[in-house]
Design a protein around this ligand. Structure first.
Ligand SMILES: Cc1ncc(C[n+]2csc(CCOP(=O)(O)OP(=O)(O)O)c2C)c(N)n1
Ligand code: SF4
Length: 278
């Protein structure tokens, strides 16, 4: 316990930014805990890490940790992260975003960051709603779910973040829930070690803005939903097609290697420095 407290005090701005603003039962703090454990496990110094966040409850994570942090505008975390990585490729750059931030207002940046294979870990906290601003639908709010902007049920089809990242060319694509903490630690640590664009989607409950509008009596029921429905991809094959369709796959979906944008730029620079024709 003393060790955990020490770890927390080392990485958090515990004497400046607390108490935190997250609601009881919010999963965002679990993701913050995982991030701290992964950075510690990989032996990164606080100065090597840059955490770039957009606006939203998820964006508060950058306020609480004592890394290099940038709290940017809603939907633009990946653009700032791209600039930071290109300016100093040695830094470990992480963009932490909500689903609204990354896929609704910031959807275009997400597609191009994956396509370009820029060396950033995109950590998306998907609670299927705009949490901070009062529970409006986001682009991951599932069909027929209720929100303040879909009082008769959501009429639009939702994005599947994993499939979107795969189609856009991300070489590492993984998903966990905040309930599956060991998996979350594993996929996040792997992402932080890899070059290029790495997507980690974390399903995280927002009972305040999503759960109570969608028949979850308590936030605990939302964690129970993850337990029942989130299924490791390796176990899906054993299920019937009908059963598979009801499950949310978790695990690593893509793990490939292709040169990152900053590696390609470094190679061009070296070629030009050698006097090679451009
Ligand atoms: C350009 C811009 N548009 C809209 C907003 C208002 N706004 C702030 S946070 C937010 C939604 C956040 O939702 P999400 O990104 O899913 O994160 P969560 O709060 O659920 O963690 C919105 C719409 C803003 N700050 N800036
Ligand atoms: S509104 Fe939702 S996302 Fe925001 S702190 Fe509360 S539970 Fe978390």
């Amino acid at each position: 316990m003393a060790e955990v407290t020490q770890l927390i005090h080392h990485y958090l701005r515990h004497n400046k930014r607390f108490p935190h603003v997250l609601c009881p039962g919010c999963g965002h703090g679990i993701v913050l805990g995982s991030l701290v454990r992964c950075v510690h496990q990989l032996g990164l110094t606080k100065d090597e890490v840059v955490l770039v966040a957009g606006i939203g409850c998820s964006g508060r994570i950058a306020v609480y940790v004592d890394f290099n942090t940038v709290h940017t505008t809603h939907g633009r975390a990946l653009t700032f992260a791209t600039g930071i990585k290109m300016a100093n490729p040695k830094l470990k750059v992480i963009a932490v975003m909500g689903d609204g931030d990354a896929l609704s207002i910031g959807g275009n940046h997400f597609l191009h960051a994956a396509r370009r294979n820029i060396g950033v870990t995109a950590l998306i906290l998907n609670n299927n709603i705009y949490g901070m601003t009062g529970g409006q639908s986001s682009s991951t709010t599932a069909e027929n779910c209720y929100s303040t902007t879909s009082p008769y049920g959501q009429q639009e089809q939702a994005f599947d973040i994993v499939n979107l990242a795969k189609a856009a060319g991300a070489p590492y694509v993984a998903r966990s829930t905040v309930l599956h903490v060991k998996l979350l630690d594993r996929i996040l640590a792997t992402a932080l070690e890899r070059p290029g664009f790495n997507l980690v989607e974390v399903l995280t409950p927002c009972h305040t803005q999503f759960g109570r509008k969608n028949k979850f009596k308590t936030n605990v029921e939302m964690y129970q939903w993850y337990k029942k429905n989130a299924t490791p991809i390796e176990a899906l094959d054993k299920l019937s097609e009908a059963e598979r369709a009801k499950r949310t796959p978790i695990g690593i979906f893509v793990e490939e290697n292709r040169p990152s944008l900053e590696e390609r730029h470094a190679a061009i620079k070296a070629r030009l420095a050698d006097g090679a024709p451009s």
